[in-house]
Write a protein of this length. Structure first.
Length: 163
């Protein structure tokens, strides 16, 4: 990995990303990895630089790329206790899921990057579940909101009513 790219990810220097985006730098700069197979989002997650995530194109495969330990940036955020990072990445995954349902298969934006097969999608879901499990058991913050509408709808259809 280019040392200036590593330094920018470690320090959360979003100006570096903007400058390179405006300079029309090749995409392969952003896809460089460390010897441990960490990409820039793994590094930014480790140092809790969430603003760095927001500068990466939403369809980028960087969000779901795993390192040598099999961790995505979501796993790293959960491991270091970055609740804001976990929340951002979960919401990011939800947004892509909604976009996937609304778009035609021929215009799906992820086809420019890595195509997600079912095995890869399952790993992403496992990562989201681990993040939620972390929030539930190990986080200082308590998650008090959850959406029960789907459960209530199923109970209503079965004649059980909601509780």
């Amino acid at each position: 990995m280019d040392p200036s790219l590593y330094k920018a990810a470690r320090s959360g220097d979003v100006g570096f990303l903007r400058k390179n985006k405006d300079a029309d730098v090749p995409d392969d700069l952003l896809h460089q990895k460390t010897p441990m197979d960490n990409n820039i989002l793994h590094i930014a997650a480790e140092f809790k630089h969430i603003d760095f995530f927001k500068q990466i194109p939403p369809q980028s495969p960087l969000f779901w790329t795993t390192n040598n330990k099999g961790e995505t940036p979501l796993h790293v955020s959960a491991r270091v206790g970055c609740d804001e990072g976990v929340e951002f990445l979960i919401n990011h995954a939800k947004k892509l899921s909604v976009d996937d349902e609304e778009s035609e298969p021929t215009t799906y934006p992820m086809t420019r990057g890595a195509v997600l097969d079912w095995g890869r999608r399952f790993k992403i879901i496992q990562g989201v579940a681990r993040g939620l499990l972390y929030l539930h058991h190990d986080s200082c913050l308590k998650v008090i909101h959850r959406d029960l509408r789907a459960r209530r709808a199923r109970r209503s259809r079965r004649g059980l009513g909601s509780r």
